[in-house]
Design a protein around this ligand. Structure first.
Ligand code: 3H9
Length: 705
């Protein structure tokens, strides 16, 4: 849990040992201070090396301590770094893996640093709504200059230790086949021999570059309100150019204290931890193994299937794409070439990398070619009969133990599994379009899916760069089931009195990058139209407003037809169409709906709380494991503003009693389907027990409902 001290030829090795990432918890901080004191007392020691007992050096302050008294308990990280820097014997940081945030700040407080060339360093606090709070804003600009420091701290990006921008940070870069500890120990001895203890804090202020700060402030243009860490970072780094070290540290400390209390930082920290938590599947422990996954097949080489294949190839997995006709394989190959060509043109890939990715994909029309694959992902169109044909073929052709995955977004996975003789091997892997770009992967567990298949699919998602979230079987799974309610509200609002642009504007101000009508135009209005037609048959209890059906009847399907809810003369830019707005007013009149003025806050709450109410039902049915998983789905897959932490976190922050109060008002106001606003039983339960979604992690709590 802490650090161990061993002495080799006069050099004390302080091995940080707080798995998984050496988060600088209170216990670890105490042990570093103790170890440094011991180094200074022990006459047999001439110098010390700080190193991770295993990878990595340190992932920074222990995020799980934030918001608890432990995070402020002395010695805080600033005091630890002061103790290291004040050591009368040199302390050298030996960095492998990563040195991030407080971990890098600790290294900057050392008298020298040595790193494996492939180690990565950075100050990513901004991604948690913070600024480096243990001297990073003051030491980094003194060491690497204002421009690099400001760029690294405002972007939070990581750099390899060997990056040109970091020149001067490391006394030595160590190749992977060299012994990091040995090199660090030898440098520690030579610093000890020199009799000088270089410290970054004693360097003069960084050179002022007002033009760089002006440009950074200009770039903020409004985002400073959503991300308050950004202006604070600029001010703190600027302080490092005009104030002495101690005064600069005061500026940084005050800003850190302000930021850690902001709702934005709480939301971003929640998002970070929620994403990691999502990878853990309850009831599936370390004793459950994973299956081999080295080769894959994708069935259906349309837009989705080709995108999935590309994202597997990008992760180095060999993939065979199966289509029914040669013509379709040719189209798919061309689309791969186009995507890779664009990536090369934009500098995201080198020509060689693109070539290597392409070489991992091959096309076939023969199921016999899939005999040895470890996983087959079906991505054909959404028809149970089409799925039946594919799964029967897979069942006949795949080796025993291979995983049979379906990319279905709406169909019953249990029914699909029943098309095979091996339902335990069948799992849902629901990708989002474009599959090679979107980060979310819903892993769908059927009634009979084997635990090792679930575990393998979750890890597979991570391997291909996705965030995997587990979902049970229901129509639309977590994400699409909830988003349907969001779109339903958007349309009800329009028939009741709002115009589409007002709905879009309100939700964009809330933080979505695109309002629902722009999203619908982008996806194609025909998609929503066909869902509404299907719903009318399957679920008459789920009424939709037909306010936009007229547009579809006229062939206005959105961006692809240059007209939808908006007009797109250039194919991309949404422009309001007075004709559409007139037809909406006429529609309301035809339905005897008296249009009223609808406030922005009603628009936002109706759409966002619709997500929350449906999310609560999803939780109580056990479709999602935890509320934070629902947040991850929305953050990674639906553009929910990260600074609000996801719909369930947002509801907790607003207060569930207030959420229910709002729902009661909406039940009165809403013309069509007011019953939707009856709060889900779980929501009522949480309010009556003064609890919230974050607390509700255990399904057994529902037994008392
Ligand atoms: C800071 O330092 C503030 C200071 O400036 C000032 C203080 C006064 N703490 O990502 P992974 C856990 S702010 C606690 O899947 P990877 C994580 O939850 C901090 N726990 O692994 C997960 O737990 P579990 C600035 C942490 O190998 C496990 O480690 N630092 C922390 O893909 C594995 O995580 C950052 O923002 C932490 N700091 O990537 C760095 N970090 O297994 C944030 C991770 O129970 N961390 N965990 O689910 C990262 O970027 C990545 O986790 C890292 C490892 C690159 C380190």
């Amino acid at each position: 849990m802490t650090s161990a001290l061993a002495i080799h030829d006069g050099v004390a090795v302080i091995a940080l040992d707080n798995p998984p990432v050496n988060g600088l918890s209170h216990a670890l901080r105490c042990s570093i201070v103790d170890a440094v004191a011991e180094v200074n007392l022990n006459e047999n020691i001439v110098a010390a090396v700080l190193i991770g007992a295993a990878l990595p050096f340190s992932g920074g302050a222990d995020i799980t301590e934030f918001g608890t008294p432990k995070s402020w308990e002395q010695p805080d990280l600033v005091a630890v770094i002061e103790a290291v820097e004040a050591s009368a014997k040199p302390v050298v940081a030996a960095i492998a893996g990563v040195a991030l945030g407080g971990g890098l700040e600790l290294a900057l407080g050392c008298h020298a640093r040595v790193a494996l060339r492939n180690a990565r360093v950075g100050l990513p606090e901004v991604k948690l709504g913070l600024l480096p709070g243990a001297g990073g804003t003051q030491r980094l600009p003194r060491l690497v200059g204002v421009e690099t420091a400001l760029d690294l701290i405002t972007s939070g990006r990581l750099l390899p230790a060997g990056a040109a921008e970091l020149k001067g940070m490391f006394a030595a870069l160590v190749e992977p086949d060299e012994d990091l500890l040995e090199v660090a120990s030898s440098i520690a001895r030579s610093v000890a021999r020199s009799g000088e203890l270089p410290s970054i804090s004693s360097l003069p202020p960084a050179q002022p570059r007002p033009e760089i700060f002006d440009a950074a402030r200009a770039r903020l243009s409004g985002s400073g309100e959503r991300y308050p860490a950004l202006p604070e970072i600029i001010a703190a780094v600027e302080a490092a150019t005009v104030l002495d070290f101690a005064a600069g540290m005061e500026v940084e400390k005050a800003a850190f204290k302000r930021l850690i209390e902001t709702d934005v930082s709480k939301a971003l920290r929640h998002g970070f931890l929620a994403e990691r938590r999502a990878s853990h599947v309850r009831e599936i422990g370390a004793d459950v193994g994973v299956r081999r996954l080295d080769t894959a097949a994708v069935i259906g080489a349309g837009l989705m299937g080709t995108g999935i294949a590309q994202c597997l190839a990008a992760a180095g997995i060999e993939v065979t794409l199966l289509e029914t006709s040669e013509q379709a394989t040719v189209r798919s190959e061309k689309s791969v070439d186009d995507v890779l060509g664009r990536a090369v043109a934009k500098g995201r890939l080198t020509a060689k990398q693109a070539e290597a990715q392409k070489a991992l994909i091959r096309w076939t029309t023969d199921y016999g070619d899939l005999r040895n694959v470890d996983i087959a992902i079906e991505a054909v169109f959404e028809s149970l009969e089409a799925k039946r044909a594919v799964f029967e073929e897979l069942d006949r052709n795949l080796r025993p133990g291979a995983i049979l995955a379906s990319n279905t977004s709406t169909l019953d996975l249990n029914a699909i599994a029943a098309f095979t003789q091996r339902p335990a091997d069948v799992v849902g892997t629901h990708f989002f379009s474009p599959a090679n770009v979107m980060r979310l992967l819903e892993v769908v567990r059927g009634d009979r899916t084997a635990p090792d298949v679930v575990k393998t699919a979750m890890q597979f998602g991570r391997r291909i760069g996705k965030v995997s979230v587990l979902s049970g079987v229901c129509d639309g799974f977590i994400g699409n089931r909830m988003v349907e309610e969001y779109f339903r509200q958007a349309m009800f609002l329009v028939e009741e009195g709002a115009l589409p642009f007002e709905v879009d504007e309100a939700l964009e101000e809330f933080g979505f990058s695109m309002g629902p009508f722009k999203v619908a135009d982008l996806a194609g209005l025909d998609i929503g139209w066909s869902i509404r037609k299907r719903r009318a048959q399957e679920r008459p209890d789920m009424p939709y407003s037909p306010v936009l059906d007229g547009l579809c009847e006229q062939g206005r399907f959105g961006q692809k037809t240059k007209a939808g809810v908006y007009l797109y003369a250039d194919g991309r830019t949404a422009v309001r169409d007075p004709e559409v707005e007139r037809s909406i007013a006429a529609f309301s009149q035809s339905q005897n709906i008296a249009r009223r003025e609808i406030s922005k806050s009603e628009i936002v709450d109706r759409c966002v709380l619709a997500l929350v109410n449906e999310g609560a039902k999803i939780l109580e049915e056990g479709i999602a494991q935890r509320a934070s998983d629902i947040d991850v789905v929305y953050l990674a897959g639906y553009g929910f503003p990260d600074f609000r932490g996801g719909p369930m976190f947002h509801a907790d922050s607003v207060g569930l009693d207030k959420v229910v109060e709002r729902m009661t008002v909406f039940e009165r106001l809403q013309t069509r389907d007011p019953a939707f606003w009856r709060p889900a039983p779980l929501l009522q339960h949480l309010v009556s027990t003064h609890s919230n979604f974050a607390d509700w992690t255990n399904r057994s709590a529902m037994e008392n409902l």
